[in-house]
Write a protein that binds this ligand. Structure first.
Ligand code: PGA
Length: 251
């Protein structure tokens, strides 16, 4: 069975001092909970947070990386640099696609590079409001999965995590309905994974839901058969809320 995973995407929030405070509030409550919990704070805080997570069950993730191993890429961070501190990396988040020009092809390069250094990619897919209203959800999400995971072996695919995040649900307070989100996972993403990597792999790859997950709606979302946890933005910046969300994945 697929073990639940909850990842907190802090986005561009928290200085080192603020990060230390937030993590110190979370660790005592979360380090014994039998849910794969991952914190994804900004690059500048990874070192401090990683030191606080030693000996806990909580994983650490970055929010991006560059696909090249090293070189003249001012402002970028390499897969190996991320892997020194982290076990996970969020890739292809819609904010990176919208504001920083990421495409399915660059996401694919990043996924391969992350797997190459032993990181677990959390690969984000999801349709915009316009695409949703145009009934393009299945086409868009299928393309994002097919191109984003192109040329991976089944063994590699089984190591990664997918996050379905409808863009219209991110940061809007308007989450997808539990049944609606589950349907995209069950009827679009898992069948595409089965086509690419075979049915057993499609049934073992964890797929998260993201987009306005809160302490109030988490249990209903995570109770859906195909939703294996959440990628949580705003609510991951409040310790009490994030703790409730992680615990909601237990039942
Ligand atoms: P949100 O963000 O929970 O604030 O909607 C989710 C995400 O962007 O990963």
């Amino acid at each position: 069975m697929r073990k639940p995973l909850i990842a907190g995407n802090w986005k561009m929030n928290k200085t080192v001092e603020q990060a230390r405070l937030l993590v110190s509030e979370m660790v005592p409550e979360l380090h014994t909970v039998d849910v794969d919990t991952v914190l994804c704070p900004p690059f500048t805080t990874l070192m401090a947070v990683s030191a606080m997570l030693v000996g806990t069950r909580i994983g650490l993730g970055a929010q991006n990386l560059h696909w090249e191993a090293s070189g003249a890429y001012t402002g970028e961070v390499s897969p190996q640099m991320v892997a020194e501190l982290c076990q996970y990396v969020i890739l292809g988040h819609s904010e990176r696609r919208t504001y920083f020009g990421e495409t399915d092809t660059t996401v694919n390069k990043k996924v391969k590079a992350a797997l190459g250094v032993g990181l677990t990619p959390i690969v984000c897919v999801g349709e915009t409001l316009e695409e949703n209203e145009d009934k393009q959800t299945a086409a868009v999400v299928s393309r994002q999965v097919k191109v984003g995971l192109a040329e991976l072996t089944t063994e590699q695919a089984m190591k990664l995590v997918i996050a379905y995040e409808p863009v219209w649900a991110i940061g809007t307070g308007r989450a997808a309905t539990a049944a609606g989100a589950n349907a995209v996972l069950a009827d679009v993403i898992r069948p595409v994974l089965a086509e690419m990597f075979g049915k057993p792999a499609s049934e073992s790859i964890r797929i998260l839901y993201g987009g306005s997950v809160t302490a109030a709606n988490a249990a209903e979302l995570f109770a859906q058969p195909d939703i294996d946890g959440g990628l949580v933005g705003g609510a991951s910046l409040k310790s009490a809320d994030f703790i409730k969300i992680v615990k909601a994945a237990l039942s």
